[in-house]
Design a protein around this ligand. Sequence first.
Ligand SMILES: *[C@@H]1O[C@H](CO)[C@@H](O)[C@H](O)[C@H]1NC(C)=O
Ligand SMILES: *[C@@H]1O[C@H](CO)[C@@H](O)[C@H](O)[C@H]1NC(C)=O
Length: 291
Amino acid sequence: MLSQVALVSLLASASLGSASPITPRQAAQQVVRINSIENVAVRSNGLILATNMNSATLYSVDPVAKTSSTALSVSGTNGLSGIAEYQPDQFAVIGGGKSIYKVDFSSGTPRSTLIKTITEAQNLNGLAYFDNSTVLVADAGRGNVYKIDVNTGVYSEVARDPTMAPSGGIPFGIDGIRYANGTLWYTNIFRNSFHKIPLDPVTAKSTGAQTTLWTNLMGDDLCFGPNGKIYVTTNSRNSLVEVDPTAARPSPVSVGTVTGSTSCAFGRTDRDRNVAYVGGGQGVFAVTIRV
Ligand SMILES: *[C@@H]1O[C@H](CO)[C@@H](O)[C@H](O)[C@H]1NC(C)=O
Ligand SMILES: *[C@@H]1O[C@H](CO)[C@@H](O)[C@H](O)[C@H]1NC(C)=O
């Protein structure tokens, strides 16, 4: 959500709850060094896409060669955050905190086009796949979730809850989101909390009350593992934690140390399906998960 430097200065004035103890299981392997990675997604060819909130550059990272290059510059924006694939090699990415862009790799040369600007949005940050024509975007400032049709740009609010709202003076509430099987999972970064809320699998509208899973560990973005587990990045807690989503009160367990961890996405080739690529303050890191 925020760079490590920005976060550290914000934390100096924020009051945080006590965080649960974390015992790192392994140091993560550095894939590439790029400052302040905000979000990551993995293409089906194995390349990692990475964003930075202060740059229009969408980075392409080769986890085998350990190199990075510019996939493209998203014209019309000055910073990118949440990114997710909704059709083979077609991605939606948030630009400038109010707009959703399409980035299309499917015809060879990558191209970006504006899908929609949500003018009333304050600070769109998290983005998640819902179905092959719909993504969900979370407004960290307003504390709600929109669905948006990536083909028409038509959008509407589908969820709003006090647990999504900012707390204290920092205008950041709901941060990372992921959807699967009728459930939206989300963090609220400065409440140090992790939640889930049921969504209708057709309309995406929330159909019931949220459940709070914890309130004592900072969570930024999250990803689903190949083993049915959920992985959450903890930003200033410098880790990737593993969560059993079937537990009523899950105990997050650290599986890797990454400074300023902001986001994660699993590998998609036979070589790295059990590798979580984690974006953080100093680049992209690899954490191998036991499955
Ligand atoms: C998108 O999903 C719908 C519903 O599952 C399916 O009928 C349709 O074929 C899919 N479209 C594409 C282009 O994959
Ligand atoms: C969603 O359901 C499918 C099919 O039951 C399962 O394989 C998958 O692990 C589930 N995903 C999550 C994140 O719960």
